[in-house]
Design a protein around this ligand. Structure first.
Ligand SMILES: [Zn+2]
Length: 686
């Protein structure tokens, strides 16, 4: 008996959504087999074309290849993140090395690269549209950076290094996971819980129950549990124990020690960079970034580092004064910072979750985000209650533009559940393109909010609400995309540009007129009071010295680590200690991610020599938002239209510097970011 594999048939579903109801884990491996073979055959046909290479028969054809594989991959990766199962995880383990090898097979295809390379050499004479020329340049660069120009021996070594790196990076992240899931601080009696608010107790109880104990509370090393514990626990001795365990993840001798793993990763990356003709890995990694060179990154970070340390020293003095006023004669240690900072925050701004959450019911925040998208870009989100996604909690919307035409589909998946990974992210089931007819984007936003009890609203904290706006900004980047070629679509931009559409969108949440209209009390319906709006705005600059120092130290150490002339045999713990001493790291603050558990750098190579990108994009978004303030309205139509055209709709069709200039009328300035963080000019008043 044969049954059709639903992954390989045409999807006759509303909007061409995946047929979620009939797809099962066992469909993926056989469907991938077919799709991978098909993609290789498509690419080989392009490479073996007897006709001379043209843009259409080579570059456009390459862009259009692998659509079946893409459709299956999007669905697979989305389900693995949002609604996984042991069966899917097993497929994931077997598929990830095969998908990596597939990439190598494509990008090391010499005949295909020869065609791309010959077109690239003649790019000025081909009469290409700007977008086609951009695609040719991007495809060519992808091939070059993947080793296509190397001789055969070097290609072999490059591929072998890539495979070994994939293995080491998996080991590195599993070691961190191991330390996070095995270490537990057990709280057994009321005095161990001193200071913990109800939501921390509930999460800790849940964590204990998952470990088979209902007579205690468990503090694990996951950030969502240990950070609120360090912020609220009155027990200084327990804070110290938890903090030390948290900051030593991956740094224990034995089988889960990340120090030798990181050492080998660094040596292999360096070898790869040398093979490619670069002096070190940082230079190689920066080739395809907006920043371009390590020196440009250093110039940005240097402007931030010294004022941030000065600000952090002032904050430390305020924490010490707070401790003294409570009769606690202590020197502020790293495990004290979050605790006393919270005390200072409550006294100075009288802002805490309890006073804010009633105004941020989930539906209200979603309505605010949709309303901002409509006022800025003319989008309307029409609920489709009859269209089912992969989980009953996922809401499906048809997105329509100003002319009422459909522009895409939006899936909103807001609640935490055991089958979903932590964090918040945007992803796509289908990317926008026009080369083979109008293909509309299908975009998903994932959050991990704790769902309200039955009959109760889900109330968000300010951080949660900002996260929702952030991911929605990424979502708009996917939905508003208007490009011809799929590989230039939506969020597939340079890594130090991709956080601009998301970070800038956060600004609209805190606009007083948005809060007045949407942040209404869930019981009384009353709008948020003016004085609370003011206090929220003032509290935004609070503790920015600390946050800037713990972030910027990471970015500085990352760049130094990957810029070493010879990283052979480097001990990451020693390197980190010496580098922090050199840059004058305040003793009360620890890097946000220390090197033995710095997943951005070592769980994959995407953010290696790239942790700076958040601050790079923050320069763009702070300066970009000022364009609205200068125009006199956060919804100024002319500024919004430029933002849509050159940022949200442009995908990767424009060089990012040119895109920003077209939007802003000039190059970005760093001052708005510095002042937003309270690091410029006169100190921010309390
Ligand atoms: Zn983001």
């Amino acid at each position: 008996m044969t049954t059709e594999n639903p992954l390989l048939t045409e999807w006759k579903t509303p909007y061409g959504l995946p047929p979620f109801a009939v797809v099962r884990a066992e469909h993926f491996a056989p469907a991938f087999d077919v799709a991978l073979r098909q993609h290789i055959a498509e690419v080989e046909r392009i490479a073996a074309n007897p006709e001379a290479p043209t843009f259409d028969n080579t570059v456009a054809a390459f862009d259009a290849s692998g659509r079946v594989l893409a459709r299956i991959s999007h669905l697979f990766h989305n389900l693995c993140s949002s609604e996984t199962s042991p069966a899917l995880q097993a497929v994931e383990r077997t598929m990830s090395p095969r998908l990596a090898a597939h990439q190598n097979a494509i990008y090391l295809n010499a005949a295909l690269f020869a065609r791309v390379d010959s077109l690239h050499a003649r790019r000025d004479t081909l009469g290409l549209t700007p977008e086609a020329r951009r695609l040719l340049e991007r495809v060519h660069l992808d091939f070059v950076l993947a080793g296509a120009r190397l001789d055969d021996l070097a290609k072999k070594r490059f591929a072998a290094i890539s495979e070994r790196l994939a293995e080491l990076q998996t080991t590195y992240s599993q070691n961190v996971l191991h330390d996070e899931s095995t270490w537990v601080l057990w709280l057994k009696e009321e005095r161990d819980l001193a200071g913990l608010p109800a939501f921390v107790r509930a999460t800790a109880r849940e964590a204990a129950q998952q470990r088979g104990r209902s007579d205690a509370w468990a503090i694990t090393l996951s950030r969502s549990l240990v950070a609120p514990f360090l912020t609220n626990s009155d027990r200084r001795d327990l804070r110290e124990r938890a903090f030390k365990a948290w900051t030593q993840r991956g740094e224990h001798a034995g089988e889960h020690d990340n120090r030798p793993v990181a050492r080998e990763i660094l040596a292999l990356r360096h070898e790869q960079a040398k093979l490619m003709g670069y002096a070190n890995y940082a230079e190689y990694a920066l080739v395809d970034r907006m920043a371009g060179t390590p020196a440009a990154v250093a110039r940005l970070l240097e402007q931030v580092w010294t004022p941030a340390k000065r600000r952090a020293a002032e904050e430390r003095d305020a924490l010490a004064a707070m401790a003294a006023s409570r009769g606690e004669a202590i020197t502020i240690e790293p495990w004290d910072w979050r605790y006393y900072a919270e005390k200072v925050r409550q006294v100075r701004y009288s802002v805490d979750d309890a006073s804010v959450k009633p105004y941020f019911a989930l539906e209200r925040v979603v309505a605010a985000a949709f309303d901002c998208a409509e006022r800025l870009f003319g989008l309307r989100f029409v609920p489709c209650p009859d269209v089912a996604a992969y989980h009953p909690d996922v809401k499906v919307y048809e997105v329509r533009g100003r002319d009422d035409r459909q522009v895409g589909v939006f899936l909103h998946d807001n609640f935490a559940r055991a089958t979903k990974r932590g964090g918040a992210w945007m992803s796509a089931y289908r990317l926008q393109s026009r080369i083979a007819g109008d293909v509309l984007p299908i975009i998903v936003n994932n959050n991990n909010f704790a769902k309200g009890a039955p009959g109760e609203p889900t109330l968000l904290s300010l951080d949660d609400a900002l996260t929702l706006f952030h991911e929605f900004g990424h979502g708009l980047h996917g939905l508003l995309s208007q490009v011809t070629f799929e590989s230039l679509s939506g969020t597939q931009v340079l890594r130090d540009f991709v956080e601009l559409p998301s970070q800038i969108f956060e600004n609209w949440l805190l606009e007083p007129e948005v809060l007045k209209r949407h942040a209404c009390h869930f019981e009384t319906g009353a709008p948020m009071p003016d004085d609370l709006i003011t206090r929220l705005e003032q509290a935004r600059r609070f503790n920015q010295g600390f946050e800037t120092v713990e972030y910027t130290a990471c970015a500085l150490v990352d760049m130094a680590l990957h810029a070493q002339a010879n990283p052979d045999g480097v001990d990451i713990t020693t390197f980190e200690r010496e580098e922090l001493a050199r840059i004058g790291m305040p003793r009360e603050i620890v890097m946000r991610h220390r090197l033995p558990h710095f997943l951005h750098l070592f769980a994959s190579s995407g953010y290696a020599a790239g942790y700076y990108v958040y601050m790079w994009a923050e320069v763009l978004d702070a300066d970009g938002y000022d364009a609205f303030l200068e125009a006199g309205s956060p919804f100024d139509p002319a500024v919004a239209e430029r933002l849509r055209q050159y940022v949200y709709s442009a995908g990767n069709t424009l060089e990012p510097g040119a895109a920003f200039r077209a939007f802003r009328g000039r190059d970005p300035k760093v001052e708005p970011m510095l002042s937003k963080r309270g690091l410029a000019g006169a100190p921010a008043s309390a």
